[in-house]
Ligand binder design. Sequence first.
Ligand SMILES: Nc1ncnc2c1ncn2[C@@H]1O[C@H](COP(=O)(O)OP(=O)(O)OP(=O)(O)O)[C@@H](O)[C@H]1O
Length: 230
Amino acid sequence: MSEADTILTGSNIVKTYPQKDGEGALTVLDDVSLSIARGSIVSVIGASGSGKSTLLHVLGGLDKPDSGTVSWNDHNIYTMDDESLAEFRNTQLGFVFQFHHLLPEFTAIENIMMPALISGTDFSKAKTRASELMEQFGIPARAEHRPTQLSGGEQQRVAMARALMNNPKLILADEPTGNLDEENTDILLDMLFKLRELENVSILLITHEKDIAKRSDVIYQLSKGNLHPF
Ligand SMILES: Nc1ncnc2c1ncn2[C@@H]1O[C@H](COP(=O)(O)OP(=O)(O)OP(=O)(O)O)[C@@H](O)[C@H]1O
């Protein structure tokens, strides 16, 4: 794969955590390398505790690796200062987690608009984009509801719309349906997988369910600190 076809590359990533009992460090990622092709949907599967979330955090600029690099368009993101890295995450990436992390004191549409307002987008422009996303996700009637007034499925759709607010190039989704029933899981996954066409994004999906991963272009398995094609 040439650099031009690659949106994000993790190379030789090592990540350890100190252990409480002082018995040395726990090596969670042990020389992991992974490239995400532009426009592709990549899944990472693995058992609980295998390091999937850790990998997503490292690739998404949320947690610096002990060694190795994460390159975005050929630029190591961890050479940026904290402010530039935060701006990079807010404008180029969209995160969806298992729990929605919506702000309870704001309405659904305000939550969706938040990333745009943080990056200085004009209010009315942000509102128009947020309304379009709510339409796209089938929840236009929920705009003025607060998160507690929404169902679990609706909350995740709002979280997904928020992730798309700034037209990110890459969505990083960590067990986005882990907290949903079967019906809402299907609805959310259908929406997620359609985003490649609708929003022109690449997707990195973390899941422990092989059936979900099978819908992606490439599947990797994380096991004992190593990543292998599945
Ligand atoms: N901040 C931390 N400090 C110490 N250990 C951590 C920390 N974060 C994660 N770990 C440990 O690292 C390992 C990998 O955790 P991680 O959450 O990445 O796994 P996972 O594959 O996403 O698990 P799950 O599927 O259960 O969410 C686990 O053993 C976990 O206890």
